[in-house]
Write a protein of this length. Structure first.
Length: 304
């Protein structure tokens, strides 16, 4: 891991992302292995974040963005390369981002690092200034992901040129390998978006098929689903943990059917079962679930 850390630090020094530092602040670097086998260099800023002032700037509501994209016909998705690192740090804030690597020394970020408490708000503020509400009918920016949708190809070419020109003027660089232009279907925020609407990305739900039945309380806590009565009963402190065929029936396999089903349709059985011990509501549009809110009601002792 030390070799990997040295490689990443050397690369960031060459690219001007970090610089040598002499700061009383210091956070620990962390190496995270990504799904493709490569590594990501991170810094653990948890202690710094505890004493950082909160930035109240609102980030975009993902559900609202997805709802506005349901009837898209021509779609482009633009990804910004190492997005946060394209934002310069204030001189007075650099020292707080300091970290050290044994044998190399201490460094601080010249550009916005990942992991800072207010980094998402800072970047969303930049995106909102570039792509204000006047263009929201066609252009939506959620952090470093920019989505462009139109009904005609001619419109798409006009708006795509505007978006690219805006990014060039702001000196922002896109990640060409992750961009998709003039598509009929793209993956965005965990969904597949096309002219027929939204559906769940199959790559995201595949692990649900492979998820093993829970063997203890900790594993049950990870379980979310349609009929959760057995799962909640298994979590009660006044009962012995039991997970047999009865508990593993609808309470577990029903989870797979609900989450993996791309239509999101909710049948009468699911609604009726929830009435007995749950407060909940499901927003449907053309038999597709667009929003769900559920809260479990615990049984109260009877008093006379």
């Amino acid at each position: 891991m030390e070799k990997i850390a040295i490689e990443h630090v050397s690369k960031m020094l060459r690219e001007g992302i970090i610089e040598e530092a002499c700061s009383e602040w210091n956070s620990a670097p962390v190496i995270v292995k990504k799904s493709d086998g490569s590594h990501r260099f991170c810094v653990d800023y948890r202690d710094l974040n505890k004493v950082t002032k909160k930035d109240g700037y609102p980030c975009k509501n993902m559900d609202e963005i997805l709802d506005k994209l349901r009837k898209a016909r021509y779609i482009s998705k633009i990804d910004l390369k190492s997005a946060y690192h394209q934002v310069l740090m204030e001189e007075s804030s650099k020292e707080y981002t300091a970290f050290s690597v044994p044998g190399l020394g201490q460094f601080q970020f010249r550009r916005l690092p990942f992991g800072l408490k207010c980094a998402p708000m800072t970047f969303q503020r930049l995106m909102d200034k570039l792509f204000c509400s006047k263009v929201e009918k066609h252009v939506f920016a959620y952090l470093d992901d920019i989505i462009l949708v139109t009904e005609t190809f001619e419109q798409h070419m006009v708006w795509l040129e505007r978006v690219i020109r805006t990014l060039i003027d702001a000196k922002l660089v896109v990640n060409r390998d992750k961009c998709e232009f003039c598509c009929q279907s793209v993956k965005f925020l965990g969904y597949v978006l096309d002219s027929s609407g939204l559906r769940v990305d199959s790559d995201r739900v595949r692990p649900i098929y492979e998820y093993p039945a829970p063997k203890n309380v900790k594993q049950v806590r990870r379980l979310l689903g349609r009929d959760k009565s057995a799962a909640f009963e298994a979590l009660r402190k006044d009962v012995t943990f039991v997970w047999g065929p009865e508990q593993a029936g609808e309470s577990f396999r029903g989870v797979e059917a609900l989450l993996v089903g791309s239509s999101g349709a909710c049948g009468e059985t699911g609604l009726l079962e929830g009435v007995r011990d749950t407060n909940g509501c499901v927003g449907l549009r053309s038999r597709r679930s667009v929003d769900t809110r559920v809260r479990r009601r615990r049984a109260s002792p009877c008093t006379t």
